[in-house]
Design a protein around this ligand. Structure first.
Ligand code: PGA
Length: 248
């Protein structure tokens, strides 16, 4: 199975109406020139509808989070009926900002992973170690735990629909990017782990953390790096176009 590369933009809490319109106007049909890769944008919830109206056919939509219920009395949350109504196919779960800033519990993350599978979403599950965990050489144990906590006895999804994003916390939004060898080492570890424990050798594994046009090519040229999950450098169309065309 060939693993189609993925370029995914996580806009976080950025880009207002006029930015969303300008982004998609400038992007136009650019992504449709590259049918050997998937292009995904995850705007924040209030702008997903606008993005779905403005985007070209080749861009797929994701959401940055989901509440693990279909609908109901859950003030402030967005559940699966709404996410489907907005035509978002991908759901990001376990992003480090949700783990560390919003203090999302492992139990909640696991619930979301289960729920997103039951509801038929494609999942982008994020893992990553902090700087001190790396310095104490705990990184492989940390990543292993983040994978097993989310997936043990809890995986019922095709390889194609499960995407793992390795995002070292120390590299997110800091301008400090993991070297291609540091990233590849971890991606290889994740691939072996997914193969041994879940027979899922062909999941796509994205790198995230300060990816930009200047460093995307060397990262995505590594054998186990199947794409990038990009924050800051995905906000503007000129930069995002360069990421989509990473090997040109
Ligand atoms: P960054 O964010 O590209 O701004 O470092 C990546 C992410 O958090 O997904």
């Amino acid at each position: 199975m060939t693993r189609k590369k993925i370029i995914a933009g996580n806009w976080k809490m950025n880009n207002l109406k006029e930015d969303v319109v300008a982004f998609f106007e400038e992007l136009g049909d650019f992504a449709s020139n590259f049918d050997d890769r998937e292009v995904i944008i995850a705007p924040s919830i209030p702008y997903v509808l606008l993005a779905s109206e403005k985007k070209g056919k080749a861009v797929k939509l994701g959401v940055q989070d989901i509440y693990p219920e279909k609908k109901g009395a859950f003030t402030g949350q967005v559940g699966s009926e709404m996410v489907k109504d907005l035509s978002a196919e991908f759901v990001i779960i376990g992003h480090s900002e949700r783990r560390h800033v919003m203090n999302e519990s492992l139990e909640m993350i696991r619930k979301k992973v289960t729920f997103a599978q039951e509801e038929g979403f494609k999942i982008i599950y994020c893992v990553g170690e902090t700087l001190s965990q790396r310095q104490k050489n705990e990184l492989f144990a940390v990543i292993e735990k983040q994978l097993s906590d989310a997936f043990d006895n809890n995986l019922n999804i095709s390889d194609e629909d499960l995407i793992i994003a390795y995002e070292p916390v120390w590299a997110i939004g800091t301008g400090v990017v993991a070297s291609k060898d540091e990233a590849e080492e971890m991606h290889k570890f994740i691939r072996n782990y997914m193969k041994e424990h879940y027979n899922k050798e062909n999941v796509r594994i994205l790198y995230g953390g300060s990816v930009k046009p200047a460093n995307v090519k060397e990262l995505l040229s590594m054998p186990n790096i199947d794409g990038a999950l990009v924050g800051g450098a995905s906000l503007k169309a000129d930069s995002f176009k360069k990421l989509i065309a990473w090997d040109k």
